[in-house]
Design a protein around this ligand. Structure first.
Ligand code: CP3
Length: 371
């Protein structure tokens, strides 16, 4: 097993390491930028390459996944400083034995979600021994192939969903506005909730380590539903598991004979807990657009944390003037872009954005942070 773990791939040398240097806290010549969901539905070439294939089928096919990952890198050549592997956070629940479908225009659907601790499905999922190397092998293959095809143009980011966010999907059975099931679980069955969160956390650590082994050069943990928790419940149901991942991943990588990589956490909406998020052990903390960069910088104080974000994705539906103004105030708020900040949006790019409007956003970031 040890030998398998230390097997390293040979990849072309990296030509643009700006995002990595920034994530490690170094001063830089300008702010690096990448965009959450940069491969996706707003790109006509995405629809063309996907054809009528099922979403998860695309994730499982390394050739298709790497093609989709590269599309924004090719279209916005020289304007993006990182790529993110085309996949989804819900591949972990799938690996845990749950069925997840992607319903066109509606989003993810679990036909058989976790209903209560005494429903057979809960114990089945909790007690299943998940072979993370085997179940998610297609992701590692996609990462290795993508690293080759990238030819060192920009670093490749690997990712997973945060335990809390994955748990929400596993009990809700899909997207939700009310979070009825999630709240039932945390307020009725806190112990059983924590047991499942711990199980997911352990899978996340192994999954991320294997992504790094396959070629991921930085990782991000997406806690998209962190904002549904209060400061007290965030402390109980999100924080410990995010901290567990940040603590165990470097140890696991060392054990596998691999170099550590920068780690990003994106606790979306948990802005009341931003101070706590800066102490979780991640190099980078992602911010959504409800946070004023000036306030975030104050809360950070002298801690060596890098921020990522955070313009309202909706600005890309607006005029060029609005885009420029938004970028300008963001650049000023984060201190000019010579370090301590990776530019992005405050959440994923949305469908129907015109690719040229994203291009303008990227150009403005480059222009206004290069001065
Ligand atoms: O470019 C990238 O950022 C990499 C690919 C990526 C996808 N999903 C592709 C995708 C990443 C990083 C994700 C993460 C993800 N998936 C999150 C966390 C980020 C976030 O937005 O908060 C979440 C919550 C999911 C779960 C998920 N997957 C949902 C809720 C949906 C439906 C979204 C919608 O807007 O309807 C998906 C589908 C999905 N994941 C698509 C893509 C490109 C759209 C699939 C399609 O319809 O073609």
């Amino acid at each position: 097993k040890g030998q398998f773990y230390t097997m390293a791939h040979e990849f072309p040398p990296l030509k643009n390491d700006l995002v990595l240097r920034t994530a490690w806290g170094q001063n830089v010549e300008r702010a690096p930028v990448w965009i959450m969901r940069q491969a996706g539905r707003y790109l006509p070439e995405y629809h063309e390459a996907k054809g009528n294939r099922d979403f998860f089928e695309c994730c499982r096919d390394p050739e298709v996944a790497s093609t989709l990952t590269l599309q924004p890198i090719e279209r916005f050549a020289g304007l993006l400083d990182a790529s993110i592997i085309f996949s989804d956070i819900l591949v972990i629940p799938q690996a845990m034995g749950m069925t997840v479908e992607m319903v066109d225009k509606k989003g993810p659907h679990f036909p058989d979600p976790l209903k209560s601790p005494d429903d057979g499905q809960y114990s089945k999922v909790l007690n299943k021994s998940v072979d993370v190397a085997v179940e998610l092998d297609y992701v590692y293959k996609a990462i290795t192939l993508t690293r080759k095809k990238l030819d060192g143009r920009v670093p490749l980011i690997g990712f997973c969903g945060a335990p809390w966010t994955l748990f929400c999907y596993m009990v809700e059975g899909g997207g939700t506005k009310l979070f009825i099931e999630s709240k039932k679980w945390i307020y009725k069955y806190p112990r059983e909730t924590c047991a499942m969160l711990q199980k997911i956390s352990e899978i996340c650590v192994e999954y991320l380590a294997l992504q790094v082994q396959a070629g991921a050069q930085m990782i991000q943990v997406f806690d998209s539903w962190a904002g549904e928790l209060s400061p007290v419940t965030f402390k109980k149901f999100s924080e410990p598991y995010l901290a567990y991942i940040a603590q165990k991943l470097p140890a696991k990588l060392a054990e596998m004979g691999l170099d550590v990589v920068p780690m990003i956490v994106f606790p979306k909406g948990a802005n009341q807990s931003l101070d706590a998020a800066c102490n979780l052990g991640y190099n980078v903390v992602g911010l959504d657009w409800l946070v004023d960069p000036v306030d975030a910088v104050k809360i950070r104080g002298d801690r060596k944390i890098v921020f990522q974000g955070n313009a309202d994705p909706g600005v890309l539906y607006g005029s060029k003037e609005s885009i420029s103004e938004t970028v300008k105030s963001m650049v000023e708020g984060f201190g000019g872009g010579k370090g301590g900040w990776i530019a992005n949006l405050g959440h994923g790019i949305t469908p129907f954005v015109k690719p040229d409007d994203l291009k303008f956003y990227l150009e403005e970031i480059k222009r206004l942070t290069s001065k």
